[in-house]
Design a protein around this ligand. Structure first.
Ligand code: NAD
Length: 325
């Protein structure tokens, strides 16, 4: 273990954002321990130390946080809308266990900074009923009415993180991610999110083929590219801001537009067939970035077209390698 380097723990280092964050922190000069219940799906982790641990168990959280200065807490049992809609108890139970034990382990290990990855899913359903929604401001969170159990758990842990500061002085920082996407994320199997699912469907389709779209295609979201997200995580963790902050893009697009973008990148024409019986989540969701711009001088830099292009090329390669298409 390096002697003078700051030591960071990244939980969920075998996952999409955590996997990228390990490298980002190393580039900043950190010694990094990665922890996950599984190896990274797409690469050998670059972490200085990588431990396979189930963080639902308190003892494993203590092992993970031992000798660490800063914790970046990204481990979660999660997935896209298709997963979180049908695994309610599992999502709530696993994530409450992981986050409760991890915060307590951080307190016992006298961690200096604790970053927690919350989600735009904490925002109330009643503020997200139209496609053309105004951006969600941080103080829109209450009165609380998240759309699903995943969001309720995130809200619980946001509060717990704040309570650990109020009661014990643990310096916690909370980001609310809005649809982070990019290469090296889950792209098939049911846990993938919309941009990855869209890229996979297009990559697998033949020119002129019909593609099934969940919902009517008019539901809206904003999407933030991974590199911008990493910068936001780091700035927030180093800042003095102790309240939750949005980390997301404020450019609203329909799911239809996302399909059009990916098919344009692929140079394929597709026919869309809508399936309204499939889960589609809230009708519209966007980020209001007024506060984050002010507090961190941060806003996304990578345009959606550029991020989608990088993501599409990566997923296209995965599809070709796996299915020999
Ligand atoms: P991901 O699923 O790729 O990564 C999460 C990682 O946590 C996985 O590798 C998983 O194996 C690990 N994990 C699950 N259970 C564990 C356990 N018991 N012990 C140890 N590790 C365990 O997801 P991601 O997209 O990288 O998301 C990272 C964090 O950001 C999560 O907390 C997620 O809820 C949050 N978030 C992500 C987005 C997004 O758009 N990607 C949006 C909002 C919030």
């Amino acid at each position: 273990m390096g002697t003078s380097k700051r030591r960071a723990l990244v939980t969920g280092a075998g996952g999409f954002i955590g996997g990228h964050l390990v490298k980002y922190l190393q580039d900043k000069g950190y010694w990094v321990r990665g922890v996950d219940i599984k190896e990274h799906e797409f690469k050998k982790s670059s972490a200085d130390e990588f431990l396979l641990l189930d963080l639902r168990a308190a003892g494993n959280c203590l092992t993970a946080a031992d000798g660490i200065d800063e914790v970046y807490s990204l481990a979660a049992n999660m997935g896209g809308i298709g997963f979180i809609t049908f695994a309610k108890a599992e999502v709530m139970r696993d994530n409450v266990l992981i986050n409760t034990h991890m915060l307590e382990a951080a307190r016992l290990n006298r961690i200096k900074r604790y970053f927690y990855s919350s989600s735009a899913c904490i925002y109330p359903t009643f503020k997200q009923t139209n496609s053309d929604v105004p951006g969600l401001k941080e103080n829109d969170a209450y009165p609380a009415d998240p759309d699903n159990e995943y969001g309720w758990e995130k809200l619980f842990t946001e509060r717990l993180a704040k309570d650990y500061y109020l009661d014990f002085g643990l310096e916690t920082r909370v980001a609310r991610f809005h649809n982070i996407f990019g290469p090296e994320g889950t792209w098939e199997g049911g846990k993938e999110k919309a941009p990855a699912a869209v890229c996979r469907k297009i990559a697998m389709a033949k020119d002129g083929e019909t593609i099934e779209i969940w919902g009517d295609g008019k539901q809206t979201r904003s999407f933030c590219y991974i590199d911008d997200c990493l910068e936001g995580i780091y700035r927030l963790t180093q800042s003095d801001h102790r309240e939750p902050l949005n980390i997301g893009s404020d450019r609203l697009v329909t799911i239809d537009e996302l399909y059009d973008m990916a098919s344009g990148l692929a140079g394929k024409k597709i026919v869309k067939r809508y399936d309204p019986s499939k889960p589609q989540g809230v009708r519209g969701r966007n980020s209001d970035n007024t506060l984050v711009k002010k507090v961190l001088a941060w806003e996304p830099k990578v345009p959606l077209e550029e991020g989608m292009s990088r993501t599409y090329r990566w997923i296209e390669k995965q599809v070709k390698d796996k299915y020999k298409l």
